[in-house]
Design a binder for this molecule. Sequence first.
Ligand SMILES: [Cu+2]
Length: 129
Amino acid sequence: MHKWIMFVLFTAASLLGVYMLTFGLPAKPVDEAATLPEGVSLLKLVASNDFTFDQETYTVKVGDKVKMKLENKSGIHGVHIKDLQVELDNDHPETDLEFDKPGEYLIECSIPCGQGHTTMHAKLVVEAA
Ligand SMILES: [Cu+2]
């Protein structure tokens, strides 16, 4: 009963599968910065399983308003910045920050992620405006 429908669906699904294997999954064209309120810039920290963040030093200026966002490219990592009370993980990946004085802050991974965890650090530098 209705076997031909199953056949059509199966064929369509197979073709779609082949298409996706050939061309890869379509990348989501999301411009994250476009959704930010005016005057706020995106500060993205990309963590990976080689126990690094994508930059050794992130630089902002006094007076900057930023949305800090953690992206785990591989593995599960967190962000802890003690002196700014920043705590980010996959459940709470972003926070809004405003910098009112120059300084340097240590960015640490907050989730025991493996061998390189204890040295998984980066730096946030707030420059004078
Ligand atoms: Cu870690």
